[in-house]
Design a protein around this ligand. Structure first.
Ligand code: HPA
Length: 286
C-alpha cells in the first residue's frame, strides 16, 4: 500500500552513521539556514564542510540562495551542524524527503534545532527587515493532507499522533527576545504565526487577504515541515523569520513580490540575524 520509504529510520541511520564516520564533531545544536541566510554557517569555527551531493541519500539543493552544504563546527564553543541550503516542496521533493536532514540531525545527537527563513510580511504592522520569532504555525499543505509524517510511523522516532500545540519552545522564544534585547535589536523583533504554502508562485492578492484573515503574520515556503519532524522525534525548536518583503494585498499596488528582493533583504539584515543566532546558541543550556 505504501511506496518503499527512503526516509525511514534505517535510511536516516545509514546517512547519520556515514556522517559520524567523516567528522569528529558531535553536535547538540542543528541549524537550518533560510534563503540568503547561509552566512550563519560561515560563522562556525573549525568548519568541516560536506557537500550534499557527497552525502548518501541526501537530497540536492536546486534553489539560488541555497548552497547545498552541511557544515560542522563550533559556534561560541558549542558543537553545531548547519544546513546551508534546505529543501522545499516546490523543488518537487516529496515532503518526507524535504525533512530527511532533520531526522539525520536527531541521529547525530542534536537536541535543539534552530531554523531561519525568509518570509513575506502579512501583518500590516511589520516592516521589511523585521525578525519574527515564530510562536505557532499554520500548515496549509498539511491541512490538505501533505504532512511530512504521512505514511508509516517510525516508532523509534516518535508517536503516530504527535502534539503540535507546544511545537515552538517557550523557553527558547524567551531566550531569543532576551538576547535580542541585549544586542539592541528589540525594535525590529516581532513574534507571530508563520503560515506555510507550497509555492513556488508567490501569493495572489486574494490569497494574501485570505491568509491574513486566517490569523497568519508571515507567509513562506519552508520550515513548518521541518518543525513537525523535529518535534515528532523530540527535539526542541526555535524558528526565526526574516521579513524580506511585504506581501501585495492591494489591487492598487504596483509592487510585485520577487526572489531578488528576498535575497537582498536577507543580505542587509543577515549579519544581525547571524549575531542573534550565535548568541542564542551560546546561551542554550543542554
Ligand atoms: N511569500 C511566500 N514566501 C516567501 C515570501 C512571500 O511573500 N517572501 C519570502 N518567502
Amino acid at each position: 500500500m505504501f511506496p518503499e520509504s527512503t526516509t525511514g529510520y534505517e535510511e536516516c541511520k545509514a546517512t547519520a552513521d556515514w556522517l559520524l564516520a567523516q567528522v569528529p564533531v558531535r553536535p547538540l545544536v542543528g541549524i537550518v539556514c533560510g534563503s540568503g541566510l547561509g552566512g550563519l554557517a560561515d560563522m562556525l569555527k573549525d568548519p568541516l564542510v560536506i557537500n550534499y551531493k557527497d552525502i548518501p541519500d541526501f537530497p540536492q539543493s536546486t534553489v539560488h540562495g541555497h548552497a547545498g552544504k552541511l557544515v560542522f563546527g563550533t559556534l561560541k564553543g558549542k558543537a553545531c551542524v548547519c544546513m546551508k541550503g534546505r529543501f522545499h516542496l516546490y523543488e518537487g521533493y516529496p515532503v518526507q524527503k524535504t525533512t530527511l536532514p532533520i531526522r539525520v540531525f536527531k541521529l547525530l545527537g542534536v537536541e535543539t534545532v534552530i531554523l531561519t527563513n525568509a518570509a513575506g510580511g502579512l501583518n500590516q504592522d511589520y516592516e521589511v527587515g523585521d525578525i519574527m520569532v515564530i510562536k505557532d504555525h499554520i500548515n496549509m499543505p498539511g491541512l490538505a493532507g501533505n504532512n511530512p509524517l504521512v505514511g508509516p510511523n517510525y516508532d523509534r522516532f516518535g508517536v503516530r499522533f504527535p502534539c503540535m500545540s507546544d511545537a515552538y519552545d517557550r523557553g527558547l522564544q524567551q531566550l531569543a527576545h532576551e538576547v535580542a534585547g541585549d544586542l539592541g535589536y528589540s525594535v525590529f523583533m516581532r513574534e507571530g504565526v508563520y503560515l506555510v504554502v507550497g509555492g513556488p508562485s508567490f501569493e495572489t492578492i486574494a490569497e494574501c487577504r485570505m491568509l491574513r484573515l486566517l490569523g497568519a503574520d508571515a507567509v513562506g515556503m519552508s520550515t513548518v515541515h521541518e518543525v513537525i519532524v523535529a518535534r515528532h522525534c523530540g527535539m526542541k525548536v526555535l524558528a526565526l523569520s526574516l521579513i524580506t518583503n511585504q506581501v501585495v494585498a492591494d489591487y492598487d499596488s504596483e509592487k510585485k513580490a520577487n526572489h531578488e528582493e528576498v535575497l537582498e533583504t536577507g543580505e542587509l539584515r543577515a549579519k544581525q540575524l547571524e549575531k542573534l543566532v550565535s548568541n542564542i546558541v551560546s546561551r542554550i543550556e543542554h
